[in-house]
Design a protein around this ligand. Structure first.
Ligand SMILES: N[C@@H](CCC(=O)N[C@@H](CS)C(=O)NCC(=O)O)C(=O)O
Ligand SMILES: [Fe+2]
Length: 372
């Protein structure tokens, strides 16, 4: 049983259809909005019932048709928990299993191209998204990407699968359809026989142009590509504040970070982060620190270097409840930086969460970093 592969020439994206041939239940991985009619017709032709739509990550180069497919077929979406995709029925964690008919797919968290990216293992096929491409890999220079994390994901999670496992990527720009783990381990020019340091140096030297549609695609994909959410997204503008750049909702901060428009800085203490919870891949510059919640004497230097390393992006600052982050945003503003406060902080104000859930068009599922 092999997956059925479709190609979108506009974005060079592969979409996969997996079928349980006994029950005719099916799963689609990474469908593309402009291919909706093709995909619906093909589902009919194959005489299958679509159970699940899976996304390997929040794509930067095309818009998903997942939201529209849900409307047309009654299927549900399952997405990686760390991608900030708001409107899916299931937020997947590493090791989660998606069942369709008598078949099952295992989610493997493979961060690096984006912090939330996942690969999906079905029988002897692995759908690698933009984590591992044929003779390449996804870029790591936006959407909280990390070459270091990508090296670990590929070498420790994917290359440890049996060598005969077939590799089905989310893209190929040269018409190649699939590969295998054994082949990529031996021949992938970015990874085969490369140390971590060599790989990071290769990724740092790529300097690729930004994907043409990133500013439109990432925000749309955080709502599974469904247009009526766009109104709600536009309403969600920063609010003017005195002494710093403004207040932003948790969702807006998250979208800015994921689309590379801002740097996300967690200013809580290290102890708090350990006890209460991390925001995966957020940068850390403590405002106050133990012992005694004293001001962090290095704050000015550390926050300046975060902005410098980002090429001058605005900051979005997170604390526990949204109080310390105002003070930190004001201080960063005095230093000549552009800094926003994230309303409600890591915890989220329960009243505001309830209010957002009842707002028209929003299907709010908790703060982006809380994965609930
Ligand atoms: N020219 C394409 C570029 C797409 C692009 O950057 N793709 C990302 C995946 S979202 C990537 O990792 N590409 C790998 C590569 O180009 O080596 C566009 O504008 O959409
Ligand atoms: Fe991507």
């Amino acid at each position: 049983m092999q997956p059925i592969q479709w190609f979108d020439p506009e974005s060079s994206t592969y979409t996969y259809l997996l079928i349980d041939e006994t029950t005719r239940d099916a799963v689609l991985i990474d469908p593309v909005d402009t291919q909706l009619e093709h995909d619906l017709a093909a589902l009919k032709e194959h005489n299958v019932r679509l159970n699940w739509i899976l996304e390997t990550h929040a794509h930067a180069d095309h818009i998903t048709s997942a939201g529209q497919l849900i409307e047309h077929t009654g299927a549900k979406a399952a997405v990686p928990a760390g991608c900030g995709i708001q409107s899916a029925a299931r937020q997947l964690q590493d090791g989660d299993v998606i069942e369709f008919g008598g078949e099952s797919i295992r989610a493997i968290h493979t961060p690096g191209h984006t912090a939330g990216s996942m690969s999906f293992l079905w029988r002897n096929n692995v759908f690698t998204g933009d984590t591992l491409l044929i003779d390449g890999c996804g870029r790591t220079d936006f959407q909280s990407g990390s070459a270091d994390a990508l090296y670990t994901s590929i070498t420790e999670r994917l290359f440890t699968l049996p060598p005969e496992t077939l590799v089905w990527p989310a893209h190929d720009y040269r018409g190649r359809a699939h590969s295998s783990i054994g082949h990529e381990r031996a021949h992938n020019s970015r990874l085969a026989h490369k140390t971590r340091a060599e790989f990071i140096a290769i990724m740092d030297a790529l300097h690729l142009p930004k994907p043409r549609r990133i500013d439109e695609a990432v925000p749309a994909n955080l709502w599974l590509g469904v247009q009526h959410h766009a109104g709600a997204v536009d309403d969600d503008a920063p609010k003017v504040a005195a002494g710093y750049a403004g207040d932003v909702s948790p969702e807006l901060a998250w979208r800015w970070w994921q689309s590379g428009k801002a740097v996300f800085v967690d200013i809580r203490t290290q102890a708090e982060r350990e006890w209460v919870g991390f925001v995966p891949d957020a940068l850390h510059v403590a405002w106050k620190e133990w012992p005694g919640m004293a001001m962090n004497p290095e704050f000015d230097a550390q926050i300046r270097s975060v902005v410098d390393a980002s090429g001058g992006k605005p900051l979005v600052m997170l604390c526990r409840s949204g109080v310390r982050s105002i003070a930190a945003a004001k201080r960063a503003t005095e230093l000549g930086l552009t800094a926003y406060n994230i309303l409600e902080g890591f915890e989220g104000d329960p009243d505001a969460v309830a209010h957002r859930s009842s707002r028209g068009g929003w299907r709010y599922r908790g703060l982006p970093w809380r994965q609930n």
